[in-house]
Design a protein around this ligand. Structure first.
Ligand code: SF4
Ligand code: ZN
Ligand code: ZN
Length: 328
């Protein structure tokens, strides 16, 4: 689908189609695609009433192509609203060999776009890195996949970083694909009782979260990044393969390829289901440790952190006994 050709752009009627949208039949030249992409993000924000004119927007900036794209587009949009501001929150999970490249890309993007950046590490927020949680066997002991630990803690770290930056809203780079994947994963776990992803919910006790790319397919984010010179991370996370999400992702990619438009259809129908259960109170109370909204005594992140801290302490207590055995 990439590469210049002599077909006519369906918007400006000039030669040089670089993007074909099988789900709508549009064929766009580079310049119309980039404009259309940015306009769609703006329309998504308006459609769902995601942002206020005086928001301090914390962009969750991992340094991957999705978040770099979101930052770039939001900075352009925010310039039209003098009372709004953007701050980037970057979480360093501590995954050596993988995170360095993205952290550097995030730092450079903030420098280039003149955006303030707050970097928060798992080590400072929780006392251990994602690698330690996985390589140290703690995730296994808790019968959790690497991404289940890392994903929950990253969400919490973004919240902490955004609070530190005085933000009023968090913008995440979840794309249409990410959101449908999550809904399907929840459905397969028999747990659809969650609020819709990326739609602003004020007054919950946590910062509201919005996903301005929720109507943008992942493939188009890749194309936007490519045609805007946004760097793509080359190294993959060593813990990503075999996750539930990778399985669902390959299934959905193949399905969308064969039946264009399926992702939009899935989003609509799954959100109709969720909207029906909107009346249920998703967070009934607050976490005893961090005070953020939680249906349980401890929120999921505090539960994971306390379990890992306890397991670490238990191992340390066992050391003298091991040493004693070694010397007798
Ligand atoms: Fe964390 Fe999983 Fe993402 Fe790796 S792939 S950074 S372990 S959530
Ligand atoms: Zn055009
Ligand atoms: Zn908590």
């Amino acid at each position: 689908m990439m590469g210049l050709n002599r077909e006519k752009c369906t918007t400006c009627e000039r030669d040089g189609v670089v993007v074909v949208r099988p789900y709508s039949g549009e064929r766009l030249c580079r310049s119309c695609f980039l404009q259309n992409f940015e306009r769609r993000v703006q329309k998504t924000i308006t459609k769902y009433d995601m942002l206020r004119e005086d928001d301090r927007i914390a962009v969750a900036l991992s340094g991957g192509k999705d978040s770099l794209t979101l930052l770039r587009v939001l900075v352009k949009i925010e310039r039209r609203f003098p009372k709004a501001s953007v701050v980037a929150i970057t979480v360093d999970e501590g995954i050596p060999g993988y995170r360095e490249e993205a952290l550097e890309n995030a730092r450079r993007a903030c420098e280039e776009l003149r955006v303030e950046q707050v970097v928060i590490t798992f080590e400072e927020a929780f006392g251990f890195t994602a690698s330690e949680a996985v390589e140290g066997g703690y995730a296994d002991e808790l019968r959790l996949g690497a991404c289940s630990v890392c994903g929950v803690l990253r969400r919490k770290a973004i919240e902490l970083g955004a609070m530190r930056a005085g933000a009023t809203v968090i913008a995440t780079a979840h794309t249409l694909d990410d959101i449908v994947q999550t809904y399907l994963m929840n459905a397969l776990r028999g747990d659809l009782n969650h609020p819709p992803i990326g739609l602003r919910r004020d007054g919950t006790g946590a910062l509201p979260r919005v996903a301005p790319l929720r109507l943008t397919p992942e493939r188009e984010v890749i194309l936007y990044a490519y045609y805007s010179g946004i760097p793509m991370q080359e190294v993959e996370c060593p813990y990503s393969s075999g996750s539930q999400r990778s399985l669902i992702r390959s299934f959905l990619n193949e399905f969308e390829e064969r039946y264009p438009g399926s992702l939009y259809a899935a989003l609509r129908s799954l959100e109709n289901l969720l909207n029906r259960s909107r009346g249920s109170d998703f967070e009934r109370g607050t976490c005893r440790l961090c005070g953020l909204p939680s249906g349980q005594d401890l929120c999921r992140s505090c539960e994971i952190v306390s379990s890992i801290v306890n397991l670490k302490a238990e191992r340390l207590r066992r050391v003298p006994a091991v040493l004693q055995t070694a010397f007798t």
